[in-house]
Design a protein. Structure first.
Length: 263
């Protein structure tokens, strides 16, 4: 996973990123959970393979700007961000990009990215989704869930962007969450599960046979900040039954700091 396109795998879940000060019971719109204007967010992530650290990430996300989605006339939100990935030997890869999101009172959907720089070299790599990742769908009430289809990059190189059926659900509301950046209230806990529509020949242990891609995770969204804490797992097996012989890819991400953006 040394190309900028594959590094997007670790960036795609960052953008469920404003409004603060409302009563908790009124915080039901995706607009309530966007980063408030004027702040820059820094995240730390760790990617694990079978419980052992593999990569470390730092990501800086700048305030949203309104812009046009490339190739269309649609006005969307765009976030400039930089990501650095470091392996256990200290080798670093860096890229700078724009992320495009469709955000309104009813939905937040990730539309894709445009990579502008990779390892200090200018590039122009547009990666838009044919099937957006639906981060949020209002009203964000406890028990609310929605399904969507999305073709996603995964950690196994031999599996090329499987089509996955996702189910996302509001588990609990009004929570207090503590991360390195601080302690935040009126947050929402979400769960997400994904199953590939097709199976793929995956070697696990001594066997190579068709297996489904299985994804699960949790994330906390806080008003005026977005997704401040997330845990996700990639496994292979049959729906509802991960094969214990297969590798487990796991990532943890937290909001490290909040700073005032430079004019």
């Amino acid at each position: 996973m040394s190309t900028p396109g594959k590094m997007i795998l670790s960036a795609v879940f960052l953008f469920s990123l404003g409004c603060a000060g409302k009563a908790a019971e009124k915080l039901t719109s995706p607009l309530d959970f966007q980063p408030r204007q004027g702040i820059t967010l820094e995240f730390e992530s760790t990617e694990f393979l079978n419980g052992q650290p593999k990569y470390f990430y730092t990501t800086t996300i700048h305030p949203a700007q309104r812009g046009t989605l490339p190739g269309t006339t649609e006005t969307v939100w765009q976030y400039a961000f930089e990501m650095t990935r470091t392996n256990l030997e200290g080798k670093r890869e860096r890229f700078r990009a724009l992320h495009y999101s469709r955000v309104n009172a009813d939905v937040e959907a990730s539309l894709g990215q445009r990579i502008l720089e990779f390892n200090d070299k200018a590039v122009d790599l547009l990666m838009l989704h044919d099937d957006p990742y639906v981060d949020l769908r209002g009203p964000l009430l406890t028990g609310r869930q929605w399904e969507f289809m999305h073709s996603a990059s995964v950690s196994v190189d031999s599996v090329k962007k499987p089509m996955i059926r996702y189910t996302k659900r509001v588990v609990n509301r009004g929570l207090t969450v503590e991360v390195p950046a601080g302690r935040f209230g009126d947050c929402i806990l979400f769960s997400v599960e994904g199953v590939s529509l097709s199976t793929y020949p995956i070697t696990c242990g001594q066997t190579r046979e068709p297996r489904s891609f299985l994804m699960s995770g949790t994330m906390y969204y806080c008003p005026g900040l977005g997704n401040v804490k997330e845990s996700s797992y990639e496994r292979y097996g049959t729906p509802g039954r991960p094969d214990p012989a297969c590798d487990v890819h796991h990532s943890e991400r937290v909001l490290k700091s909040i700073s005032k953006s430079k004019p």
